[in-house]
Design a protein around this ligand. Structure first.
Ligand SMILES: Nc1ncnc2c1ncn2[C@@H]1O[C@H](COP(=O)(O)OP(=O)(O)OP(=O)(O)O)[C@@H](O)[C@H]1O
Ligand SMILES: [Mg+2]
Length: 261
């Protein structure tokens, strides 16, 4: 009799498939705290994010969206499961390797910008490249700065910029090194609708024209409609996905989720 080599559960197949993605979670669990007060923020999430695509993560408040992104970006450690970045399992890497991956392979945009207050906009933008000792691609950098409407603001400190301008600097910083994945946690949450639309169009174009992989958390169906795909979370689990979303399909899915359908 021939020996069975494929795992019966099929989990090995899932991991094999997910490893083709730019970044993937495999059976990811994250528990905060212990005992009676323990919170299972992620309860076995398996999901892959394909290269060059723009994916939105949606779901009710507390469903684990930020936790998933922080674990995928190596900003937080999972309790169990795997995080595969370009096929490498980040969860088994020593801290030094993780820090290097975070610095050189990943871009992150936070809702609160996280710019360094003592550095000009220009210095904030090139910080990841400077830290990595890499030379910027000047043409790309100039194009980003022009597209983001920051050309006249490069010598300003963050405190001298509007919220929208600060967010655009944060976005330029995340994109300038063309990392394997850019994660953005509600990047338009603090912006007026015009600046928000500009930021979303830039994310969309980065994926379409430059093949940039982007994962964005948002509460806004209008923002999610810019993405190629929406992944829904509820109670720390996957709760469906939408390909080529539009505002109506996203709104429907969110209503169904809220109604427990
Ligand atoms: N550092 C922490 N310590 C303890 N519990 C936490 C911590 N961070 C998150 N949680 C809990 O984990 C769960 C998931 O939180 P998470 O921030 O991932 O949700 P979210 O989907 O991003 O929500 P929101 O839409 O409000 O930003 C929540 O119940 C939250 O209270
Ligand atoms: Mg969150």
């Amino acid at each position: 009799m021939q020996r069975q080599s494929s795992p019966v559960s099929g989990r090995g197949n899932v991991a094999g498939h997910e490893s083709l993605a730019a970044v993937a979670a495999v059976d990811l669990v994250k528990v905060y705290g212990a005992g009676d007060t323990a919170v299972r923020a992620l309860d076995g999430v398996t999901v892959g994010f394909e290269r060059g695509r723009f994916t939105a993560i949606m779901g009710p408040s507390g469903s684990g969206k930020s936790t998933l992104m922080h674990c995928l970006a190596g900003l937080d450690t999972a309790t169990s499961g795997q995080v595969l970045l370009g096929g490498t399992d980040l969860t088994t890497q020593p801290d030094k390797v993780l820090t290097k991956a975070r610095r050189e392979r990943i871009g992150f945009v936070f809702q609160s910008f996280n710019l360094l207050p003592q550095l000009t906009a220009a210095a904030n933008i090139t910080l990841p490249l400077d830290l990595a000792g890499r030379k910027p691609d000047r043409e790309f950098q100039d194009r980003l700065i022009t597209t983001l409407g920051l050309s006249g603001r490069l010598n300003h400190l963050p405190a001298e910029l509007s919220g929208g301008q600060q967010q655009r600097v944060a976005l330029a910083r995340a994109l300038v090194s063309r990392p394997e994945v850019v994660f953005a946690d509600e990047p338009t949450g603090n912006l007026d609708s015009r600046s928000g639309a500009e930021v979303l169009a830039l994310l969309q174009n980065s994926a379409r024209d430059l093949g940039q992989t982007i994962v964005m958390v948002t509460h806004d169906p209008g923002a999610a409609a810019y993405a190629d795909r929406v992944v829904m979370l509820a109670d720390g689990r996957l709760a469906g996905e939408i390909q080529n979303p539009d505002i109506a399909s996203v709104t429907d899915a969110l209503q169904n989720l809220a109604a427990g359908r």
